[in-house]
Ligand binder design. Sequence first.
Ligand code: UTP
Ligand code: MN
Length: 405
Amino acid sequence: MHVLDISWFTDSMREGRPVAVETRHLIQDTLPTLPEGSTPTPVATVSQYACQRRTTTENNNKILTDAFEVLAESYEFSEIEGPCLAFRRAASVLKSLPCEVRCLEDTQDLPCLGEHTKAVIEEILQYGRSFEVEKMLSDERYQTLKLFTSVFGVGPKTAERWYRRGLRSFSDILSEPSIQLNQMQQTGFLHYEDISRAVSKAEARALGNIIDEAVHTITSDAILALTGGFRRGKEFGHDVDFIVTTPELGREKSLLPDIIDELKEQGILLYCDYQASTFDIAKLPGYRFEAMDHFAKCFLILRLEGSKVEGGLNSAEEDNRSWRAVRVDLVSPPMDRYAFALLGWTGSRQFERDLRRYARLERRMLLDNHTLYDKTKKEFLAATTERDIFAHLGLEYIEPWQRNA
Ligand code: UTP
Ligand code: MN
């Protein structure tokens, strides 16, 4: 039995029938009086799945989640997956809370918090900081790997190799004659200052206008959508992500090469790594479900003029350059895969992971950026919107700005 808010009644009046009960209809803080000594069961508990939580960009527990993220990253550098995932899940749960955790009892009914995470919370609540985290932040290996992986094109494996060879700084790397940087890394070092600085919402908007213009000189019926963190309402991001496609199936294949040519012609293409599509619908049953998708995509660095940005560039005060370099990702799925691609590229990473985990464990379905497969019915489920996918999964719809898990 649920105790419902009047919003359920007004929703039902609007629809002309009793609507399905959703979490927002449940009364959370007016539990019936219980006999003395018994513990109340909360009406709405926090789900262990990020795709069943609403997480805005407002984080009421930043001190705790920042600490967890340092520890998660340090385990990632050491390739220890279990604890890494545990800290990421714990951070994600705390990000969804409507208020600050003030004492350990506040975390009592929360999922995904183990002994280690609770010990860190307790330390921070008591001393204002965690000694384990501070030790990690001053650890030479952690600092070096963090520095090296901050370069575009340098992953944890390369960073580790350089660290093992005794290299500790950028100048160590750049002055080491036996190190051959690939083109991505060379560009990464060349534009390091610019692309390690956050991209603002205004800059993302300006880039949207530039891409939109480029796309429409090529075809009039193109569809362009902002995705990634900016679609989730973030104020800043490390890059800007767009999906671009066209209703004409097959036409999307030449779309990215055409856009790239157009940007080149405008003289604003500083770097381009284009990956043609390896997506083959005929191979779909028996398909391996994985995180990396097979759509055509390109990882770009563009030259963004300050004059195109409302309020100007997000640059250092003393810096009076007229432009900056920005990372932009474009992905181009066929139109009939659009909803899956949009859902997959909107993120957050943790939200995506839990959507897939939920589909697999709770629904016996397989979800990825291309499709949704029902293992029980042995069939693919069609979707033209994100709402269709949530409905197939039996999940309440979560808006993009509530996916900041
Ligand atoms: P980003 O790495 O751009 O993250 O990937 P973000 O959430 O926008 O945050 P910023 O940029 O650091 O501010 C966006 C989403 O696209 C998916 C990722 O899993 C993530 O959820 N993605 C990215 C893919 O699905 N495939 C790819 O090849 C790349
Ligand atoms: Mn992004």
